[in-house]
Design a protein around this ligand. Structure first.
Ligand SMILES: [Zn+2]
Length: 307
């Protein structure tokens, strides 16, 4: 009796509600993370497996909060396969920090070493800033508990940031400056530059200024046209380069025409054929007849078809 009453008790109901709420929260979080990941794949050309560059503070946080195995935890929040990286300077810094960071150092030794050109080890944040460079051409996610480093990286276009919040991982939404960068580069590709606009305007004015004048100064016109063509060509090359990088990884499905099952067959076409064949029969010589004639020739009856 006791078990059956507890089966329906208010407490359990409350737990179920709580669990459902947690599940819902998890789904919303996952959706948000996916949207952020999609931003970087679509606008900056990130692709799987995603590379996550971890610093010492992040590795330490993972171990302290038992967020392990780390690659699985990161794969979960990015909904993708991941590869974890660190740098030699990060390892050196963990070593310098002594005994309390020895576990983090051991764990960090398992990560892939991202190349940094520092013969003399620099501080971890300087090293990471330099590995990322001006536009994160290697497409790293950066995972760090260092707020200052994350703030600096928010200003670099195309750097997604990850940090730990107690026992959960958090993927930062793109910063305002990152969104602005995407917007301006998109606009730059959409519109003509001032010099292009100027050149085009000149050509149009010259063309409509009068045919006589145009005929006289045709050489000048050609020069301008060449110039404009060159500019536009150069621009299209740049655009292509950007397009390759920015190419979104998903395609929208589009219907290519009306559903053939819902359409009646066209009869016009058939009639036309009949009409044509009739015409040819009436006409002087047809393909069919000529073929027949050839066969009959072999049988030495050349006049059968004609008669
Ligand atoms: Zn370095």
């Amino acid at each position: 009796m006791k078990s059956s009453s507890s089966f329906y008790s208010k407490d359990t109901g409350g737990n179920v509600k709580k669990e459902l709420k947690l599940k819902k929260m998890k789904v919303t979080k996952q959706k948000r993370h996916r949207r952020i990941v999609r931003f970087y794949t679509a606008c900056f050309g990130f692709h799987q497996p995603f590379k996550v560059l971890c610093d010492g503070t992040f590795v330490y946080h993972l171990l302290e909060n038992r967020i392990i195995p780390a690659d699985k935890a990161l794969a979960d929040i990015l909904s993708a396969t991941v590869k974890l990286y660190t740098t030699r300077c990060v390892l050196a810094e963990l070593k310098r920090l002594g005994k309390s960071y020895s576990e983090a150092l051991d764990a960090a030794h398992n990560l892939i070493i991202a190349r940094c050109e520092h013969e003399k080890c620099k501080s971890a944040d300087t090293c990471i800033m330099e590995v990322i460079g001006r536009n994160n051409s290697e497409h790293f996610f950066v995972a760090s508990q260092d707020t200052d480093l994350r703030k600096k990286l928010q200003e670099v276009p195309g750097v997604p940031l990850i940090c730990g919040l107690r026992n959960a991982l958090f993927l930062e939404p793109p910063s305002a400056s990152q969104r602005q960068h995407v917007k301006t580069s998109e606009e730059a590709r959409m519109h003509m530059t001032d010099s292009e606009h100027h050149a085009l305007k000149k050509i149009v004015i010259k063309k409509f200024a009068g045919n006589e004048e145009a005929a006289n100064s045709s050489d000048e016109n050609d020069d301008l046209e060449d110039q404009a063509a060159g500019l536009l060509e150069k621009r299209s090359i740049v655009k292509k380069q950007i397009d390759i990088k920015d190419k979104p990884q998903f395609k929208r499905k589009r219907a290519k025409g009306p559903n053939p099952l819902s359409c009646k067959k066209k009869k016009k076409h058939e009639n036309k054929n009949i009409h044509l064949s009739k015409k040819t029969e009436d006409g002087d010589s047809t393909m069919k007849r000529s073929r027949k004639r050839k066969r009959t020739r072999k049988q030495q009856k050349p006049t059968e078809a004609e008669s």
